[in-house]
Design a protein around this ligand. Structure first.
Ligand SMILES: [Zn+2]
Ligand SMILES: [Zn+2]
Length: 274
C-alpha cells in the first residue's frame, strides 16, 4: 500500500510535547513539571504522530515513524557490502566485499546503510535538509543507530559526522549529519564529537559528475583546532553516501591525524541512478 506522506514535522517541532521530549524544557513553564507527568498530559493533548506520513503512533513507541514508513524507507534490499555499502547478493555476504570495491583502496573499514537513495528514502532525506523536518531526521537517526548496533562489532568509541561549511549551515539552519550523529550516539551510548571542520566552501556533490566530486572536496576538511583524534576509533555519519568521496576525504583527514579506525554510516546509499 502506498504511504501518503504529509511531512508533518512542523507541528511536531513546535508542539510543547516535542519540546519536552527533546529536552528543551529549561526556562519555561514545562520545566516545573516532572517529565513523566508532563509527557503523559501532553500525549493526551498532542498524540505522537509519524514524522513521515503524519499517522497516529502509540505513545510508547521509541521511533517516531510508523511501521509502513519504516518499511518504505528501508526498501526491499537487506544485504549491503560491508566495505563500500553497495547492495549485494546474499550469497556473497561471507566475502564481506562486493565485485565493485574488491580492488578499491578505501580509508574506512566498514560501511552501514539503512536503505537505497530512492523512493520514500530519497523524499525523506531531501525533506530532512530543511530545519522544520528535523524530527524526521531524528527518527531516521534512531533507525540508523539500531542498524549499526546490529551490524558493527566492535562499535567505534566516538561518533562524529561530516561537517558543513558555515554558509550552508546558515542557509539551512540545520545540519542533518549532526542531528543523525546525535541520535546514533544516544542509541549506541557513545559520545558525539565535532572532530572536523570545513576549510572552504564546496559545490554540492549531487550537482557534480563522479569524476568531479573527489576534486571538489579535496583538502576541503581538516581536524578542528586543539582536537586530537590520535589513538581513537570513529564512527563517521552522513545522510547520503553516493560515490563515497566526501566520507573518504573526512576519514582520510581523521586517520592522517592519528585515528586508528574509521567506520562509516549513512541513512541512504546512492546506487548510481539518482
Ligand atoms: Zn508513517
Ligand atoms: Zn563493496
Amino acid at each position: 500500500m502506498a504511504v501518503q506522506r504529509k511531512f508533518p514535522s512542523m507541528a511536531a517541532k513546535t508542539s510543547p510535547q516535542s519540546a519536552v521530549r527533546s529536552g528543551l524544557r529549561d526556562g519555561n513553564a514545562w520545566s516545573r513539571l516532572p517529565l513523566s507527568v508532563a509527557n503523559a498530559f501532553l500525549e493526551m493533548v498532542y498524540p505522537p504522530t509519524c514524522t513521515l506520513c503524519g499517522g497516529a503512533l502509540l505513545p510508547t513507541r521509541s521511533v517516531q515513524m510508523c511501521d509502513a514508513c519504516i518499511d518504505a524507507v528501508r526498501g526491499s534490499c537487506r544485504h549491503w557490502c560491508r566495505r563500500c555499502g553497495m547492495p549485494m547478493e546474499p550469497m556473497r555476504l561471507e566475502e564481506r566485499k562486493c565485485n565493485r570495491c574488491g580492488k578499491q583502496k578505501l580509508p574506512f573499514e566498514e560501511v552501514v546503510v539503512l536503505g537505497r537513495y530512492e523512493g520514500a528514502m530519497r523524499e525523506a532525506v531531501i525533506a530532512g535538509k530543511k530545519y522544520i523536518h528535523e524530527p524526521l531526521v531524528m527518527a531516521l537517526g534512531e533507525l540508523l543507530g539500531q542498524q549499526i548496533a546490529s551490524r558493527l562489532d566492535p562499535i567505534p568509541e566516538i561518533v562524529t559526522f561530516v561537517p558543513s561549511h558555515w554558509r550552508r549551515r546558515l542557509g539551512r539552519g540545520t545540519v542533518p549529519a549532526a542531528t543523525l550523529a546525535k541520535q546514533v550516539g544516544r542509541v549506541l551510548g557513545r559520545p558525539v564529537h565535532t572532530a572536523t571542520r570545513c576549510t572552504r566552501g564546496t559545490t554540492k556533490q549531487g550537482k557534480l559528475a563522479a569524476d568531479q566530486r573527489a576534486r571538489n572536496i579535496s583538502n576541503a576538511f581538516a581536524v578542528r583546532r586543539r582536537y586530537h583524534p590520535k589513538g581513537r576509533t570513529y564512527l563517521l555519519i552522513d545522510d547520503v553516501m553516493t560515490t563515497g568521496a566526501t566520507l573518504s576525504e573526512v576519514a582520510r583527514v581523521l586517520l592522517a591525524a592519528g585515528a586508528t579506525r574509521v567506520c562509516v554510516a549513512a541513512t541512504a546509499r546512492g546506487v548510481g541512478k539518482n
